[in-house]
Write a protein that binds this ligand. Structure first.
Ligand SMILES: [Zn+2]
Length: 135
C-alpha cells in the first residue's frame, strides 16, 4: 500500500515546517513578543524595510543572515568557491545598501540594533534586546 504523500514530499513538508519556525527573524519575533514588546513588521516606507519597528520607542531591530549580509569574521559569511566574482559583487552591494540604509535611519532619529543569525542561540539575547528597547 502506497501512501498518498510520498516519503520525499513528506520530508520536504516537514523540513519546511521546521525551517519556518527556526528562521532567524521568527526566532527574534517570538522572543520579543514573548517579552511583551509590540512592534510593526517590515515597514515599507523606512529605508531597508526594517524587520521589527518600535515606532513609539523610535527603535528598530534588523535580523541579518550572516551570509547575505556578510557578517565580518563569521564562519557563516564565507564566499562560495564557485562563481566567486559574482558573489563578491552581490554581497558587496548588499553591504553598501545595508550601510546606506543604516545611515539614513540614524539620520532620521532611529536607534538601530542589528542581530546576527549566529547570535540567536545566545541565552542572553533577550537581555540584550530588552536593554536596547528600554534604555
Ligand atoms: Zn554571524
Amino acid at each position: 500500500m502506497v501512501d498518498s504523500v510520498s516519503a520525499v514530499v513528506r520530508s520536504q513538508i516537514m523540513s519546511r515546517v521546521r525551517s519556518k519556525d527556526t528562521r532567524p527573524e521568527m526566532v527574534v519575533r517570538r522572543l520579543v513578543h514573548g517579552a511583551g514588546f509590540r512592534y510593526r513588521l517590515h515597514v515599507a516606507n523606512l529605508p531597508g524595510r526594517p524587520d521589527l519597528v518600535f515606532p513609539k520607542r523610535k527603535k528598530i531591530i534588523f535580523v541579518h543572515g550572516c551570509f547575505w549580509h556578510s557578517h565580518v569574521g563569521c564562519g557563516g559569511a564565507r564566499v562560495p568557491k564557485s562563481r566567486t566574482d559574482f558573489w563578491l559583487e552581490k554581497l558587496g552591494s548588499n553591504k553598501v545598501r545595508d550601510e546606506r540604509n543604516m545611515q539614513a535611519l540614524i539620520e532620521a532619529g532611529w536607534e538601530v540594533l542589528v542581530l546576527w543569525e549566529c547570535q540567536l542561540r545566545d541565552p542572553e539575547l533577550i537581555k540584550r534586546i530588552r536593554t536596547f528597547l528600554t534604555k
